[in-house]
Design a protein. Structure first.
Length: 224
């Protein structure tokens, strides 16, 4: 996604969040300034619920986070996060960007920038379930860059603390799915004790156990 294509899509009102994130991932030169110009020119909203009513995609907010990363990498993303209101609304934007980044630096940033939520999910529920989704997307699928042992330990502790706080089935699903990429034998045994999932999620706890045990066997077989 180069600047010219992005500009054309924006002015045709066809620009999507994925386009902005793709340009950010590439750290396209001049992206921050261009997004600032487009945001002002096209009067993009900073909130999904503008004062005039309705529900819109807050492209101005996405432009800010993408521009911050494109301009100065993870350091720029960290500064952007620290400059946001303390209401937790910035978490989804930062997590979406980290999901799109397939690097060790991004993995490290996930555990650094969200250390408060990782250590105390109950005190940061606004970010915690989005963080669980990100752990799942970054570590549970074939070809993913695995977490370091310390990161896996931290993620497991977080997910085990978050699970009892999940009040709805989709939230429980999110936590269990995330356990697939970082779980150990203790996690697999825990999954055998939880309330079985029903409906479209039926069998999830068993399949997660199988994924964890298969990964552990593969790791052991590939040992030193």
């Amino acid at each position: 996604m180069n600047i010219n294509t992005l500009r054309k899509k924006a002015r045709a009102h066809a620009l999507e969040v994925e386009d902005i994130l793709a340009a950010a991932v590439r750290r396209t030169p001049g992206l921050q300034a261009e997004l600032q110009r487009l945001s002002a020119e096209l009067e993009w909203s900073h909130t999904p619920f503008p004062p005039g009513g309705g529900h819109v995609v807050p492209l101005a907010r996405w432009a800010e986070v993408a521009g911050a990363y494109a301009e100065d990498g993870i350091a720029g993303l960290a500064r952007w996060m620290h400059a946001q209101p303390g209401d937790g609304t910035s978490a989804d934007y930062a997590l979406a960007l980290l999901q799109a980044l397939k690097t060790q630096e991004a993995n490290d940033a996930l555990f650094t920038l969200f250390s408060d939520a990782l250590g105390n999910p109950g005190g940061h529920l606004g970010a915690a379930f989005g963080l669980a989704d990100t752990i799942n997307l970054k570590f549970s699928f074939k070809g993913a860059l695995p977490p370091t042992p310390a990161q896996a330990d931290q993620a497991r502790s977080f997910l085990m603390a978050l699970y009892p706080l999940a009040c709805e089935e989709p939230q429980r699903c999110s936590v269990v799915c995330a356990m697939r990429g970082v779980g150990d034998d203790t996690t697999a045994r825990f999954l055998s004790t939880i309330k079985p999932f029903g409906g479209p999620y039926a069998g999830l706890e068993k399949s997660a156990q199988q994924v964890i045990r298969k990964r552990l066997r593969s790791t052991a077989a590939a040992g030193p």
